[in-house]
Design a protein around this ligand. Structure first.
Ligand code: SF4
Length: 190
């Protein structure tokens, strides 16, 4: 029993305060950093899982790996209540418009992770019916390699997304560069 407890303890993530100025009874930092800290540790993923990589994602969510350690255990199946789109599996060209609609329905700020070879590049399915990477229709922030990637790799991808969320400037989503990037995908900017 005691052994089990110590294993659980070692899995607890320590959330560190952002860089700032500290003195007796006060701590000061920038608004960007505080919001980045909150976003980083409260990602709400929407799993768009279509095939075998989705099974690896299920293992990632289960108790042995446990995305709850990173504050990301609250999965959403509504795009309006998610800020991290996890695409795991083969995406056929016929399914492409649905994936894009889900992406467009997510509010800003949002991030996208392509899990596995199929989502990243079409994988072994170099065929007329399979999308050769979801970045042909939506922007991708992090690619996780593998066929299928192990849960450790998916967690590594999540850590990279956390890094992006923590360090993103609050002005980025309103910048001309970001708008131009969305326009290059033909995504409407409202
Ligand atoms: S990358 Fe491999 S494991 Fe993942 S969906 Fe494609 S074929 Fe399946």
């Amino acid at each position: 029993m005691a052994k089990n407890l110590s294993v659980k303890k070692s899995k607890i993530e320590i959330v560190r305060a952002p860089d700032g100025i500290e003195g007796q009874g006060f701590f000061a930092t920038s608004l960007d950093k505080v919001i980045g800290l909150a976003r980083k540790n409260s990602l709400w993923p929407l799993p768009f899982a279509t095939s075998c990589c989705g099974i690896e994602f299920m293992a990632t969510m289960a108790s042995s790996y446990d995305l709850g350690r990173f504050g990301a255990e609250r999965l959403s199946f509504s795009p309006r209540q998610a800020d991290l789109l996890l695409v795991a599996g083969t995406i056929s060209k016929k399914l492409g418009p649905t994936l894009r609609q889900v992406y467009e329905q997510m509010a800003e700020p949002k991030w996208v992770m392509a899990i596995g070879a199929c989502a990243s590049s079409g994988g072994i399915f170099d065929s007329y019916s399979v999308l050769q990477g979801i970045d042909r229709i939506i922007p991708v922030d992090v690619y996780v390699p593998g066929c299928a990637p192990r849960p450790e790799q998916i967690i590594e991808g999540l850590l990279k997304i956390q890094e992006l969320a923590a360090n993103e400037s609050l002005k980025r989503r309103d910048s001309q560069d970001y708008k131009r990037m969305l326009e290059s995908y033909g995504i409407d900017i409202k």
